[in-house]
Design a protein. Structure first.
Length: 367
């Protein structure tokens, strides 16, 4: 008998996943959780392999289906979190009625438990299954895009195991998300003795950001946030370096391309300064499509057979499903359990929703 064939067993596995902290980029911490996840995957019959990266390996799981000649259902999840190692000491794993708390329980270790438990419950699915578990989703999956594209092209449908909307609805489209770094190199000099010999990288980055604000005003649909700005070192030294990182959200690919072209054409305003623009990560806008609506209808029909009412609508946040969705493949996201407080100390997950998602995913892979 499997250890995750009961609600208590699934809760125990969730606790193990949460206590095995896994911040993005911490290869040692990620490796420990990857080993645990691979063991669990093999225990429920999945084969496992890894695409290796210095910052964390992506996990690839497969399970044959009864219809061997059919394209697989592709499930996409991730095992990195936004939380540093040690967060569990101030944000402990705890259960209070239907609510489970702890770093990463909602985004999205609960989704991994739901998937593993569902596959364990069905044994042999009707459809072949492929699962991608990404190591750097929380910073835009910079090393995983090609992997996602390759497997999505070979799938009959793509399901994301990210959290759903607050009411449990699935996600049928997502804004595009791009992170850009603008870096400036100036000329250091003594701020009092040789001010004319210096070129302030801080002054340059400030002026560039003011121009960027004016340019973005021409694109009112774009959400932009200067999330990081840094530079210089001492008040008596003209700053030699400075940078800013900007996160932007786009409703459509054409706007995204136009804005990025403008940013990448930026030129320094000061003689002696140099400027570089680097796209740190990019997820293209995923718009609603006929393929996606058809998948939602079929998914809702399957959900009804196990007593679950299901619908879907677009979402603001980006995820790995942006990639297959933007390419026109039938895609839905939000199959993880409901809860709230993603990326916040109030993060929590619903135990009842975990059970519902286990039944839903089991129904989908056998329908």
């Amino acid at each position: 008998m499997s250890h995750i064939d009961t609600p208590a067993g699934r809760l125990t596995l969730l606790e193990r996943l949460v206590l095995t902290e896994s911040p993005t980029g911490d290869a040692i911490a990620l490796s420990a959780l990857a080993d645990l996840l691979d063991d669990e995957a093999r225990a429920v019959g999945l084969s496992s392999e890894r695409e290796r990266h210095p910052t964390g390996d992506h996990l690839i799981w497969r399970l044959p289906g009864a219809r061997a000649d059919e394209k697989p259902l592709l499930f996409i999840s991730h095992y990195d979190t936004v939380w540093p190692v040690g967060q569990v000491n101030t944000m402990p794993f705890a259960v209070d009625g239907d609510r489970v708390t702890g770093p990463g329980c909602f985004d999205t270790k609960g989704g991994l438990v739901a998937l593993l438990a569902a596959l364990d419950s069905v044994g042999a699915p009707t459809h072949p299954i492929t699962v991608l578990v990404i190591a750097d989703e929380e910073i835009g999956s910079p090393t995983a895009r090609a992997l996602v594209e390759r497997h999505a092209a070979d799938a009959q449908a793509v399901y994301g195991l990210e959290p759903p909307h607050s009411d449990g609805a699935l996600k049928t489209a997502r804004l595009g998300s791009t992170r850009v770094r603008i870096a400036v190199t100036g000329v250091e000099a003594h701020a009092a003795l040789d001010p004319d010999r210096g070129v302030s990288a801080i002054d340059e980055i400030v002026d560039q950001l003011l121009d960027l604000r004016s340019m973005l005003a021409e694109f009112p649909s774009v959400l932009a946030n200067v999330g990081t700005i840094a530079g210089g070192g001492r008040t008596n030294v003209i700053a030699g370096t400075a940078y800013a990182e900007i996160g932007m959200r786009f409703v459509d690919i054409d706007t995204e391309r136009a804005v990025l072209a403008r940013i990448q054409s930026l030129q320094p305003k000061r003689a002696g300064a140099s400027l570089t623009v680097t796209v740190l990560s990019n997820r293209p806008a995923w718009a609603e499509s006929a393929a996606g609506r058809g998948l939602l209808e079929r998914t809702a029909s399957v959900a009804a057979t196990v007593g679950i009412a299901l619908d879907g609508r677009p979402a603001a946040g980006a995820a790995d499903t942006n990639v297959p969705g933007s390419l026109g493949y039938p895609t839905l996201d939000g199959l993880a359990p409901s809860g709230g407080g993603a990326h916040a100390v109030t993060e929590w997950m619903s135990l009842q929703s975990l059970e519902d998602r286990v039944r839903l995913i089991a129904a989908l892979v056998t329908a």
